[in-house]
Design a protein around this ligand. Structure first.
Ligand SMILES: [Zn+2]
Ligand SMILES: [Zn+2]
Length: 228
């Protein structure tokens, strides 16, 4: 049996997802299938916000996070590095914490560099970092959900472009968009006061959250018809 601790790091989470879902991912799912599932569950998460259904928002955020990690594993993207490169405890656009994009009417992206000694490791701490950069009181839940939808589209576009030419430059763009997507997912979870570390520990206390096997034996059909 494998499980996740509430103090899991991104690297622990990535390894867990690989152990539990790596086999089925390799057998059943192309990059496109995984990207589809990221989009599918992200949009259900957005629907949860519109319906003011905290539970629907929470579970779909957790499921799209697991598909996202499967996709990152397939592409061998180090999510920790991507996030820190983009958000070194600072807004990736204005370079401040908390973000001052609105107040300072920042029009062009500033160069952002951080001090690696403050790099958060646990998923809990990364979520807290995003709370400090983008405090929830500065925007509505609806805005956080719209931003997640935007970034879902941008991640998808980046993957499409990369798969078109397989260039290093476009691979880097996927990595950047992956960090933006993660920040927006944390934004939605912060908006509904969900502790992601605790929630993934609960969801993944015993192998796959659906079939409870390791590796997962959920059928393709089961995943296609999954209700959440
Ligand atoms: Zn900003
Ligand atoms: Zn399963």
């Amino acid at each position: 049996m494998v499980s996740l601790s509430k103090d899991a790091t991104i690297s622990d989470y990535s390894k867990f997802i690989q152990l539990v879902y790596g086999m089925q991912n390799d057998r059943f799912y192309t990059i496109w299938d995984m990207l589809d599932n990221v989009q599918r569950f992200s949009m259900r998460c957005v629907k949860g916000v519109r319906k003011e259904d905290k539970n629907k928002t929470r579970i779909n955020a957790l499921i799209c996070l697991s598909w996202y990690m499967s996709l990152m594993n397939r592409l061998h993207i180090n999510v920790d590095d991507s996030i820190w490169h983009r958000f070194p405890y600072l807004c990736s656009y204005c370079g401040e914490c908390p973000c001052a994009c609105k107040a300072e009417k920042v029009k062009t992206r500033r160069k952002v560099t951080g001090n690696s000694s403050s790099m958060p490791k646990r998923i809990k701490d990364i979520q807290e970092m995003f709370m400090e950069i983008y405090p929830t009181k500065a925007r509505t839940k609806g805005d956080a959900a719209i931003h997640l939808a935007e970034e879902t589209g941008e991640l998808s576009e980046a993957v499409h472009i990369y798969m078109g030419d397989r260039s290093d430059m476009h691979f880097q763009k996927v990595s950047t968009e992956a960090a933006d997507y993660f920040s927006c997912l944390m934004g939605v979870l912060n908006s509904i006061s969900i502790d992601t570390g605790n929630e993934i520990a609960k969801l993944f206390s015993n192998n796959c959250h659906e079939c409870h096997h390791m590796p997962c034996i959920c059928t393709y059909e089961h995943v296609c018809n999954y209700r959440s």
